[in-house]
Design a protein around this ligand. Structure first.
Ligand code: URA
Length: 259
C-alpha cells in the first residue's frame, strides 16, 4: 500500500489529489501513537519513502499533512461534544450541521457501497448538548442504535418545575413504569430515573424515539429546560473533549462503551 493509497483511505480526497499531496511534499511520516487523547508526540521518520509494507501502518501509525497530525485508522470511531445550535443531520434545515465540526477527511472517508464518511450514532436535538459518537463501521453503528441491543444512554435533564417529596416519587415511579406518549400507543419506560436535585433529573433510556426525553417529561406534567447526554453504554463523555470538539476514541473507551 502506497502513501497516497493510505491518504485516500483516510479521506484526503480523490486518488489524484492524494498523489499530488505526496508528490508536492505535503505529507510527512511519523511513528506510532500510543494515545488518542493528548496532543501526540510526532517523530519524523528520516527514511520516509512513499511505499510501506502493511505491517508498518497499523492503526495508530501517524503522518502529518500540512502540519496537522493524523493517525491511520482502518475504521473511524469518534466522540464529539455537541453544543447547542447544531443539527445532527447531514442536510440540516435551520441550523449548521454537526458535520461542520469535523475535518474534511472524516467527512470524506471512502466507504465502498455506502454513504461517504463517518455517520452519527443516533441524533440529538438542535438544543441538546453532550455526547455524540460517529463512525464509519456499519456493524458498530447498528449495534449502538438497534433497539434490540438496548444500549443505555444517560441524559441529564434540567426541569422547568422543581419537584420534591411525594410528587417526585410519583414522577419517578411513572417514568420507570412506563408512560404513553402522544401519537404512540406503546408505553415507553426509563431503565433508571433519579432526582439529583429538585430540578435535575437523570434519566437512562435504552430506546431512542423522536424527542423521547422531552415527551416523557411532558407526559409526567413537567418540561425540559435543558438536556445533556452524559453517557452511552459504559462510557461517560470524556472530560478532555470541550463543547464543539471531537477526538478519536481509544481502544479502552471502545471496550467501555460496550461493556
Ligand atoms: N430525547 C430528546 O427529547 N431529545 C434528544 O436530543 C435526545 C433524547
Amino acid at each position: 500500500m502506497r502513501l497516497d493509497d493510505i491518504l485516500f483511505s483516510q479521506g484526503f480526497g480523490t486518488r489524484r489529489v492524494c498523489a499530488g499531496l505526496v508528490q508536492q511534499g505535503h505529507v510527512e511520516v511519523g511513528g506510532v501513537l500510543e494515545h488518542a487523547s493528548s496532543e501526540p508526540e510526532f517523530q519524523l521518520e528520516t527514511d520516509a519513502a512513499s511505499e510501506w509494507a502493511p505491517e508498518l501502518y497499523p492503526d495508530g501509525f501517524c503522518f502529518r499533512v500540512d502540519g496537522r497530525i493524523w493517525r491511520y485508522q482502518s475504521l473511524a470511531y469518534v466522540v464529539l461534544n455537541k453544543p447547542t445550535g447544531i443539527e445532527c443531520s447531514q442536510k440540516p434545515s435551520a441550523w449548521p450541521s454537526v458535520y461542520t465540526l469535523l475535518p474534511a477527511p472524516l467527512r470524506q472517508r471512502p466507504c465502498p457501497g455506502k454513504v461517504q464518511g463517518v455517520q452519527a450514532v443516533g441524533r440529538l436535538d438542535q438544543d441538546t448538548t453532550g455526547m455524540l459518537l460517529l463512525s464509519d463501521d456499519g456493524k458498530f453503528l447498528h449495534r449502538m442504535t438497534s433497539p434490540k441491543h438496548h444500549m443505555p444512554k444517560v441524559y441529564e435533564v434540567n426541569l422547568k418545575h422543581a419537584v420534591v417529596d411525594d410528587v417526585a416519587q410519583t414522577m419517578l415511579g411513572r417514568l420507570l413504569a412506563g408512560v404513553v406518549l402522544e401519537d404512540d400507543p406503546q408505553p415507553v419506560k426509563a431503565q433508571a430515573a433519579e432526582l439529583l436535585s429538585p430540578t435535575h433529573l437523570q434519566l437512562t433510556l435504552t430506546e431512542g424515539k423522536f424527542h423521547q426525553v422531552k415527551r416523557m417529561v411532558a407526559a409526567v406534567g413537567n418540561r425540559v429546560e435543558a438536556l445533556h447526554r452524559s453517557q452511552i453504554g459504559g462510557l461517560k463523555l470524556p472530560e478532555d473533549v470541550p463543547p464543539g470538539q471531537w477526538r478519536w476514541l481509544t481502544a479502552q473507551e471502545l471496550q467501555q462503551l460496550q461493556g
